[in-house]
Design a protein around this ligand. Structure first.
Ligand SMILES: C[S@@+](CC[C@H](N)C(=O)[O-])C[C@H]1O[C@@H](n2cnc3c(N)ncnc32)[C@H](O)[C@@H]1O
Length: 276
């Protein structure tokens, strides 16, 4: 199959940036081949340039948009990824916001949740940190730009391999049950989570504000403009004093100076100041 021409690369890069904010780097051009080949075959194209021509002509067709997003997004994730941030969420942040907002529903948002492990980790943190009747008043919203990732998250069935990544045995035993094809979170976890397909660069959902947002390991794929837009969405969607956790190396304060840097038990996070 032919290589991508610089012209096709440019068309594809513009398309992907417009739809998701993700920036394709020319030096990664070689890795596009293996990601796009299956799609080219499926759609009956001999070469990648022909495939990109089709994508350009059909750029307003939601199925084409989704197929490209699915092929080119990196959905790497795991339960309790990086460990420490989730420990701090459970031991400090969740108890603090539950106390501050006593009697009110808590809303947490996993803003690029991939196949759902991050949203499930948050729901487990809530169950572990709070009495059952308080955890029942909490909601986790998981969103991702990839429809395919969201439909997998909704199906909520995880393979043995996925279960082995990040889940302590005790948590696994108490919060998951075996089902055909793998394991699924128990109903008291699933009932706390709502998923929907959404681009973090466009805050278009009709929910009220969140007490806590996780926007982790996605900002690294954006350029400065994309990072600023994403931080603006998150800022708008947080309550005053609300918390933001990003991935290691994703510095929200540098992207948007309205965020205040905080450090809790050695873990960096950010807070929205002011009156909201
Ligand atoms: C590497 S995964 C990170 C998943 C999870 N946050 C974690 O840290 O494990 C990046 C995810 O960001 C999603 N993504 C990329 N651009 C996005 C956008 N503009 N809006 C929402 N999600 C996006 C991808 O589809 C992918 O599922």
């Amino acid at each position: 199959m032919s290589e991508l021409s610089p012209y096709s690369f440019d068309l594809l890069a513009r398309f992907l940036k417009k739809e998701s904010g993700i920036v394709l780097k020319p030096e990664k051009s070689y890795s596009l081949r293996s990601k796009l080949q299956p799609l080219a075959r499926e759609w009956g194209y001999d070469g990648l340039n022909d495939l990109v021509g089709h994508v350009y002509r059909e750029r307003h067709n939601p199925e084409v948009v989704e197929a490209i997003l699915n092929a080119l997004t990196i959905k790497e994730t795991s339960f309790f990824r990086d460990g420490r941030p989730f420990e701090v969420l459970q031991s400090h942040v969740i108890p603090a916001i539950a106390e501050e907002r006593a009697g009110r529903e808590l809303k947490l948002w996993s803003a690029a949740c991939s196949t759902g492990q991050e949203a499930i980790s948050l729901a487990i943190n809530l169950r572990e940190a709070l009495p059952p009747e308080r955890a029942d008043q909490c909601m986790v919203v998981g969103t991702d730009v990839s429809q395919k990732a969201i439909s997998r998250a909704k199906s909520a069935v995880y393979s043995e391999l996925e279960m082995q990544r990040g889940l302590p045995p005790d948590i696994r035993r108490r919060y998951f049950e075996p089902v055909e094809g793998g394991y699924r979170p128990v109903p008291e976890i699933r009932s706390m989570i709502r998923y929907r397909t959404m681009n973090v660069l466009e805050a278009d959902f009709p929910l009220s504000r969140f007490d806590l947002v996780l926007c982790r390991n996605v900002l690294i794929y954006f350029d400065e403009e994309g990072r600023r837009k994403a931080m603006d969405t998150v800022h708008q969607r947080l309550v005053a004093g609300g918390y933001l956790f990003t991935g290691a190396g994703e510095d929200a304060q540098r992207m948007d100076s309205r965020f205040e840097r905080d450090r809790i038990d050695g873990v960096q996070c950010f807070r929205k100041g002011g009156e909201g």
